[in-house]
Structure formats: structure tokens, C-alpha cells
Design a protein around this ligand. Structure first.
Ligand code: DX5
Ligand code: ZN
Length: 247
């Protein structure tokens, strides 16, 4: 009914200007974002983690993508906040922590203490996504929400004004080196439209199977942060590999 539409517009009129004030952005400005490359250290040699991070830093990485797996949300284990705390000593690069864990709210304090810049939680992994996002932001970090390939965009629709980034998985999380799921491309385009229509300024990150070919598809669709593990760490020339994702 007309009155319902009216009340929804009121909510948006209230929330969106607030979002702009908090993020010091003007409506319509800053939508053309620079492309950032976030190499995933999942494909690094863990015996030489400090060197592996220095290597991507020298090669022009914008962020470090840190894949945390709990063996429950995904069928694999990696590492947690203690490792993040240690590698925090070797670089000033932005730490983008992708939590592939159930009930991520119980680890947020630890990641804040470890020096994470952004914590990304899966919408499928928490019963209280809004509370979880607010908790991350109250800890002074940026907040992101991730969606698995089969999860619909409507899971993030209501939380968009509160997040800095949405991560669309382009493989099923758990392993590096899998092939890109093509249906992610139209999904990115639909999310970019949702974000633009709401007048928001939010990064879209894509993670899984990104290489010099798939990177072009996801950038054209509206992605702004590209995660790449096996492509970057498997390349003979790391600098050229990172540059090729932006070209
Ligand atoms: C998958 C991880 C990814 C992974 C990507 O569960 O979230 O970040 O490292 O690896 P590639 O780029 O090899 O697909
Ligand atoms: Zn990841």
C-alpha cells in the first residue's frame, strides 16, 4: 500500500544520510572506486609467512586477505588470531580477516586485539548478523559480510547501510585453487545496482578463482576488491600478477 511505501522511504531517508555523515562521503561522490588487490596468504608457505607477506607488499598488494577456518563452517582448518597478532609486527598493510567460522561473534575481541583492520563474517554463520556487525564496528574495525555462492543477496539487503564491504564468494569456501563459479558475475552486477540505488558507498569483494581473466569479468560487473591466492602466490613474477588483476 502507499502508506507502507511511504514509511519505508522515511526509514531510508533517515538511515542513508546518517551513513554518509559517518563515512564523510557526499551522495553521488566516490562511487568510482580504485581497484584493490588482496592476495590471500592461504596459498603462502606458512613456514616463511613473514617473507611471504613482505613479498606481496613489495609487489604492490593493497590488502592482506587472511582466511580463518574452523573446520566446522568449512571443511578445513587454518589459523586464528594469534597468527594475525604475530604477522601484524611485520607489515602495516591493511588486514582483511575473512572468518569462515561458526558463531564469529565469539572471536571478534581477539581479532581486534591482534590488529585486524577489517573483520568479514559470513551471513550464514551467525544468528544475529546485525549485532555481530555492530560489535565489529564498536571495536574500531571495519565490518564486512560474506555470502556463499548459493546464498541470495537479500540476506545482506537490510544490513547494507551498516557495512563497509560485501564479500561475494566465487567458490565454495574452504580451499584455495578452485575454479571460478560463473554465476557470480551477474550476482555482482545485481549487488552493485542495489548499492548504487541506495546511494551507498560500499566495496564489493570477490574471492575464489580470481586470475587475469576472471578479474576482468568481476571488475566490469562492479567488484572493487579482488582476492587472489593461488594466482598471486603461484606466479613467477608476483608484481606482474598483481598488476594484471588491475589491468
Ligand atoms: C577460500 C578462501 C579464499 C582462497 C582463494 O575458502 O576464502 O580466500 O584463498 O584462493 P584462490 O584465489 O586460489 O581461489
Ligand atoms: Zn577468503
Amino acid at each position: 500500500s502507499a502508506s507502507l511505501v511511504g514509511s519505508e522511504m522515511c526509514i531510508r531517508d533517515r538511515i542513508v544520510p546518517d551513513y554518509f555523515r559517518r563515512n564523510k562521503i557526499q551522495k553521488g561522490k566516490g562511487r568510482k572506486k580504485m581497484i584493490k588487490v588482496a592476495p590471500s596468504i592461504l596459498s603462502a608457505d606458512f613456514a616463511y609467512l613473514a617473507d611471504e607477506i613482505k613479498k606481496i607488499e613489495t609487489a604492490g598488494a593493497d590488502w592482506v586477505h587472511i582466511d580463518v577456518m574452523d573446520g566446522a563452517f568449512v571443511p578445513n582448518l587454518t589459523f586464528g588470531a594469534p597468527v594475525v597478532k604475530n604477522i601484524r609486527k611485520v607489515t602495516d598493510l591493511f588486514f582483511d580477516c575473512h572468518l569462515m567460522v561458526n558463531n564469529p561473534e565469539q572471536y571478534i575481541d581477539d581479532f581486534a586485539d591482534a590488529g585486524a583492520d577489517m573483520v568479514v563474517v559470513h551471513a550464514e554463520a551467525t544468528k544475529h548478523l546485525h549485532r555481530c556487525v555492530q560489535y565489529i564496528k564498536n571495536k574500531g574495525m571495519q565490518a564486512g559480510v560474506a555470502l556463499n555462492p548459493a546464498s541470495p543477496l537479500c540476506l545482506v539487503e537490510e544490513i547494507l547501510p551498516d557495512v563497509d564491504m560485501v564479500l561475494l564468494m566465487s567458490v565454495n569456501p574452504g580451499f584455495g585453487g578452485q575454479s571460478f563459479i560463473e554465476t557470480t558475475v551477474p550476482k555482482i552486477a545485481r549487488l552493485r545496482k542495489m548499492i548504487n540505488d541506495a546511494g551507498l558507498n560500499i566495496e564489493i569483494q570477490v574471492d575464489g578463482g580470481i586470475n587475469d581473466k576472471t578479474s576482468k569479468l568481476v571488475r566490469e560487473a562492479g567488484a572493487t576488491v579482488l582476492v587472489a591466492g593461488s594466482y598471486v602466490y603461484g606466479a613467477a613474477d608476483t608484481k606482474a600478477a598483481i598488476a594484471s588483476l588491475k589491468a
